[in-house]
Every structure is written in structure tokens, then in C-alpha cells.
Design a protein around this ligand. Structure first.
Ligand code: MRU
Length: 345
């Protein structure tokens, strides 16, 4: 199984996704700044995976705080958490994971700092473990929605690489395939960072699941030609109303899917739901550097001086989402009540 992140004696071991598919190389982050940098530079990416990386980074940071005075320890610990919170703003899994790490420290009450450091590491490993099990449950629930022979369109990479393992959208595809249903996948290349071409295509080829690569602007024509039976994507943040932020281009797909009467599914763990946010318009959308658009493989493809707009995510309104598949089951519109119930179940 693809293992995008692992705790090791030397530090946090991360599969460097910027090098895939040409090179499969791991980096060892020996201090927490290196983990934060790996998130910022997208060596590790995908909402659940960056939550796990941040949790491990916080555990690593706590190990490195050389303070036996509690107040000074807490002060430094706060700075470590803050560094992770400032890496990437859209995926709520990151803040969710940091909050779980902070809660460990609060729960400890009277404790030795050694014990706190140990508990933080245990919590980070638990977050990783839970994520893999969560994805398998998402796969199990989602499998029921797909029949043999269907062709699934996916965007970006919501696979093993974007999580602790197995994946959310690709987790469903894996579960469908493992159930013996002969499906095929259309993978959007996903400009500008090419997560579809580089990562989704690589993952599915590893598993021998039939996959065809298209550029993002071909998706509409594929739908018009009847080549798509369902769209399954992941999410970075879902509001209590069911609006979902995901990789830029997802919104366009949802509009086209509705036009062509194709079901549009979002697969995500409950940790991707922001229970404090109602409206998709209020989701912070990360904007990345202009070079992602003006350059390909370090080579300039657009004229010097050109203005660039590069939002990394967009928001699909709840009304265009046929169902949201979580580890706790499948929910359908209207989402408010079922999302409320998810919080309390
Ligand atoms: O910029 P990225 O590569 O981190 O964006 C990732 C996505 O948009 C994924 O679809 C999302 O995080 C879900 S991953 C299970």
C-alpha cells in the first residue's frame, strides 16, 4: 500500500509528491519547520494528509522544546501550532488535527512534560491510523453507488497520497474495483499543479485500475459524448450547509455534471466538515504563486509581465452535489439536518 507519511526514529518520513511520477523519493523532516515547509511546498498535500503531517509535525516540535518550565513549554508549543496553521488555509483538516493535538495537552492536567510529549506522539499516530480506517469505510459506503461497467470522472488527487492511505474518492474507486465491478476512470490532469496527471494516474496504474488521462477542458465534451456515468471528487472543507471547497476546476465540473444529468459525489471524512462555517463563500481560498501558471517544469510559457490569478480551490454549492459520502454513511440534500446529525452521532 502507498504510504505517503510515516513516523520514524529520525523524524517524519514523507513521500515527496512533487517528484512523482518520475521519482519515488522520501524526505525525512528532522524538525518541525521542515514538516511545515513540506506542507507549504506540497511535498505532501491533500486535506487529510496535511492534517496528519501537521499532527506529526506538532509532535516533533514538542519533542524539540527544551523547556522543563510548564509555562514556557506551553508558549513554545503555541508557536509550533501557529506555524502549521499558517501553512495552507483552505483544508480544515489541518486546524482539526491541531485542535486534537492541543486537546491532548489540555486533557493531561498535572503531567510531566515527558509524558505530554509521549501523548502527543500517540495522538498523531492515532490520527494517521483512524484516517486509513475512515477511508476504508468511505470506500465501503460509496461502493454501493457505482455499478459494474460505469465510467467515473475524478479531479485532482483524493487518493492514498492525499490521505494516510487508501484515499477518499479513490478509496471508493478501489472498493468498487475490489468488489469485482469492472469500472474505468477518467482522470482530469488538474492544472496547474497536475495532481491528476502526476498522482491519480500513477496511483491507479499501480493498482491496475483502468484509467484514461484528459486535460481539464475535455471533461465537458466527454460528458456530452456520454463517456461519464458519475463524478467523484474529494473535498478540503465542507460547510454546515453542504457547500464544498475542492481543487480549482471542481465547481466547473459540478455545473457540467448537472447539465448532463450525471451524479456528482463528494467523498470526505467528517473531519473535513467545518461545523463553524455555514456558507461556502466564507471558506478561505488559498492563492498560490504566479509561477505555477506562467511556467511548466521551470520553463516560462507566458510572456514576462503578464498578470496572473491562481486560486488553488473553488467552492461547489450544495445544490450541485448529489451526495456526500462520509465514513458515517451517505448523506443527500438538503444537507443541514444530516450534517448536524453527523456532528452529534
Ligand atoms: O492542493 P492540493 O493538492 O492539496 O489539493 C487537494 C485536493 O483538492 C483534494 O481533492 C482534497 O484535498 C481532498 S483529498 C482526500
Amino acid at each position: 500500500m502507498i504510504e505517503p507519511i510515516r513516523w520514524s526514529k529520525e523524524g517524519v518520513r514523507i513521500l515527496d509528491q512533487t517528484l512523482l511520477p518520475s521519482r519515488v523519493e522520501y524526505v525525512i523532516c528532522r524538525d518541525y519547520h521542515e514538516v511545515a515547509d513540506a506542507i507549504r511546498t506540497m511535498k505532501i498535500r491533500g486535506a487529510p494528509a496535511i492534517g496528519i503531517a501537521a499532527a506529526m509535525g506538532v509532535a516533533l516540535g514538542a519533542k524539540g522544546i527544551d523547556e522543563e518550565d510548564r509555562d514556557r513549554f506551553f508558549h513554545e508549543f503555541g508557536r509550533v501550532c501557529q506555524e502549521f496553521l499558517s501553512t495552507r488555509p483552505t483544508a480544515v483538516n489541518l486546524a482539526w488535527a491541531i485542535n486534537r493535538m492541543k486537546a491532548v495537552i489540555c486533557k493531561e492536567g498535572e503531567f510531566s512534560l515527558e509524558c505530554a510529549r509521549e501523548s502527543l506522539l500517540c495522538e498523531a499516530l492515532r490520527i494517521l491510523d483512524e484516517d486509513i480506517r475512515t477511508n476504508m469505510l468511505i470506500g465501503k459506503h460509496g461502493e454501493a453507488l457505482i455499478s459494474s461497467g460505469q465510467r467515473i470522472l475524478t479531479h485532482c488527487n483524493a487518493g492514498a497520497l492525499a490521505t494516510g492511505g487508501y484515499g477518499t474518492a479513490l478509496g471508493i474507486i478501489r472498493a468498487v474495483w475490489d468488489a469485482g465491478k469492472r469500472i474505468s476512470v477518467l482522470a482530469d490532469e488538474t492544472r496547474p499543479a497536475l495532481q491528476g496527471a502526476r498522482l491519480t494516474a500513477w496511483e491507479l496504474i499501480q493498482d491496475d485500475i483502468p484509467v484514461t488521462l484528459i486535460t481539464d477542458n475535455m471533461a465537458g465534451e466527454c460528458m456530452r459524448r456520454g463517456m461519464v456515468d458519475a463524478v467523484i471528487v474529494g473535498a478540503d472543507r465542507i460547510t454546515t450547509r453542504g457547500d464544498a471547497a475542492n481543487k480549482i476546476g471542481t465547481y466547473t465540473l459540478s455545473v457540467m455534471a448537472r447539465t448532463h444529468n450525471i451524479p456528482f459525489y463528494v467523498a470526505a471524512p467528517v473531519s473535513t466538515i467545518d461545523f463553524d462555517l455555514e456558507l461556502g463563500d466564507d471558506i478561505p481560498i488559498e492563492e498560490r504563486g504566479s509561477e505555477e501558471i506562467t511556467h511548466i517544469n521551470g520553463k516560462r510559457i507566458a510572456p514576462e509581465g503578464i498578470g496572473v490569478f491562481n486560486p488553488a480551490f473553488d467552492v461547489t454549492p450544495a445544490r450541485l452535489i448529489s451526495a456526500i459520502i462520509t465514513e458515517k454513511g451517505i448523506i443527500t440534500p438538503p444537507y443541514e439536518d444530516s450534517i448536524y446529525k453527523l456532528k452529534h452521532s
